[in-house]
Design a protein. Structure first.
Lengths: 269, 258
């Protein structure tokens, strides 16, 4: 009953919540003016397809996708490790570390980029200069995507029944076997959905990378910076075309996450 | 046992190198010569104006997205209408979409000589407000929707049966159940609005002392080799982020507890 309570048709004459016309009408109008119509205008204006097949555009796209895959892989490993440390480990200051994980969500991206540049830039006190290199880009993207995998895996790991692990251990399974056979299959959907969010974020990131990348075409220019470059050269058609490519990637990732969630709920029962 | 400590060391080491050390270093550099120089750097007319612009953007975007967020969540969960699926999918899009793309899209719709274009929208405050609203739009919706689903409609139906009007039912039954989720959504919206950079950067036109928000000011200062000014302004935003973080930890719905 509770599961489909939200979709029970209204009894005649019974007004159940705030006037339906008001909430539907206003929210649709708002969403149209802010999101839908601008995106429609974007797709309408995207006629400069030549702009996304130039060598510079292709290089920017390849760099962005390559970096995003790397970011996804690093996050899969370290995000899961951090989630594990937060759920299964016990140490002093754990609550602080737990709150710290959300810092990249709260901190403005330009500040994130600036802090990385301060410590790992040209005036680095530790002698590492990642400015204007792809390593710098990777660092900036890892900073802003850190919470995604941790925050999707953490609750699943918390809810996980430990009896299965104890049973596996009592049957002689080692720690690695237990992790690979018992724990990993349960948390894999959560890891994948966090990884997908991190990937989407990395594809579109701008604020954190704009200072550290130096925006050198063919070397450190990511696709969102390329879009801005097209716009500054008064090529709004080209900027729109490249934007549509990013839009399609983001939409694809969202669809993939939605599909993953439906698949998991179906196989949970 | 060694494995356990190795994992703890790897996790904490990763966080230290990536988050704590860079943010801590900027704080140290800002207050290296005391509070005085940092204070002077954030109280220049341009810095104060940038702070004012950021606060105006946030003060408009957050209430607008809060009202919309609650209405939209009600529309998604409580009503069936054609297009509900599209609304549900589109609401998430600003979370995944590049802010630069959002900015370009707004520019192409509201720019001079475009479909809904007019003077004084783009390269002015209204355009920056639209951009800020765009990027911070999903948070309240995303927090309220699951709570609305969970509470179901039984109590609302009971209230209606007892003769409560739609508005009374919302105020007395629905709102008390969703207010904490709304508050958490508001905190997330505020953090996003204060820190927005990409979308605002595209539509602002970046006129110093006019359409420059605090995030744009930071980039401007850094590019002009005024690292003191950039660091000091960054510390202001980082302190705001830490307040947000504390509120987030306080308001966050606890996993597995009622």
């Amino acid at each position: 009953m509770a599961a489909n309570a939200g979709t029970v048709p209204a009894a005649p004459g019974a007004r159940r919540s705030l006037a339906p016309g008001l909430s539907i009408g206003l929210s649709t109008l708002y969403l149209s003016l802010i999101v839908l119509l601008p995106l429609a205008a974007l797709s309408w204006r995207a006629h400069g397809w030549g702009a996304v097949s130039t060598p510079q555009a292709v290089a920017a796209l390849r760099l962005t996708l390559g970096l995003s895959v790397a970011v996804a892989l690093v996050n899969a490993v370290f995000g899961t490790a951090i989630a594990w440390t937060l759920v299964r480990d016990r140490f002093v200051g754990q609550g602080f570390v737990n709150a710290l994980v959300d810092l990249p969500f709260a901190l403005p991206t330009i500040v994130a980029g600036l802090t990385l540049l301060a410590l790992y830039g040209p005036k680095s006190p530790v002698g590492i200069n990642a400015a204007f290199t792809r390593w710098g880009l990777l660092l900036a993207l890892l900073f802003v995507t850190l919470p995604f995998v941790v925050r999707t895996v953490q609750p699943v790991l918390f809810e996980l029944d430990r009896e299965m692990e104890d049973a596996a251990a009592s049957l002689g399974a080692g720690r690695v076997t237990t992790f690979l056979r018992i724990i990993l299959p349960s948390i894999l959907p959560a890891i994948l959905s966090g990884v997908a969010l991190a990937f989407a974020r990395a594809v579109g990131e701008f604020g954190a990378v704009v200072l550290i990348s130096g925006n050198l075409p063919f070397k450190t220019e990511v696709v969102s910076v390329y879009v801005l470059g097209r716009l500054e050269s008064n090529d709004s058609g080209g900027a729109a075309a490249a934007s549509v490519v990013i839009l399609l990637i983001s939409f694809g990732v969202l669809l993939a996450i939605g599909g993953l969630r439906r698949w998991v709920t179906r196989h949970d029962r | 046992m060694i494995g356990k400590y190795a994992l703890r060391l790897a996790s904490l080491g990763y966080l230290a190198v990536l988050l704590v050390a860079p943010v801590g270093f900027v704080f140290w550099r800002t207050f290296e010569h005391g509070v005085g120089p940092a204070w002077d750097a954030v109280t220049t007319p341009d810095a104060l104006h940038a702070l004012k612009v950021t606060l105006i953007l946030t003060a408009i975007a957050v209430p607008a997205n809060t009202v919309f967020g609650v209405l939209c969540a009600l529309a998604i969960v409580r009503h069936r209408y054609p297009g509900a699926g599209i609304v549900n999918a589109v609401v998430d899009l600003p979370l995944a979409l590049s802010p630069v793309v959002a900015g370009v899209a707004l520019l192409l719709l509201y720019g001079r000589g475009r479909w809904l274009g007019g003077h004084g929208i783009v390269f002015a405050l209204p355009g920056m407000v639209l951009a800020t609203i765009f990027v911070s739009l999903p948070f309240v919706v995303r927090e309220v929707v699951p709570v609305l689903r969970e509470i179901g409609t039984e109590q609302e139906q009971a209230a209606a049966t007892l003769g409560a009007s739609g508005f009374q039912t919302f105020l007395r039954v629905t709102w008390p159940a969703i207010r904490w989720a709304t508050a958490y959504g508001v905190v997330l919206t505020t953090a996003r609005a204060l820190g927005e950079f990409g979308a605002v950067s595209v539509v602002s036109g970046r006129l110093v002392g006019q359409t420059e928000s605090l995030t744009l000011y930071i980039q401007d200062r850094y590019v002009s080799f005024d690292t003191t000014g950039a660091y000091a302004a960054a510390v202001v935003l980082a302190l705001l982020a830490m307040v947000t973080l504390i509120l987030m930890t306080r308001l966050k719905p606890k996993e597995g507890t009622q």
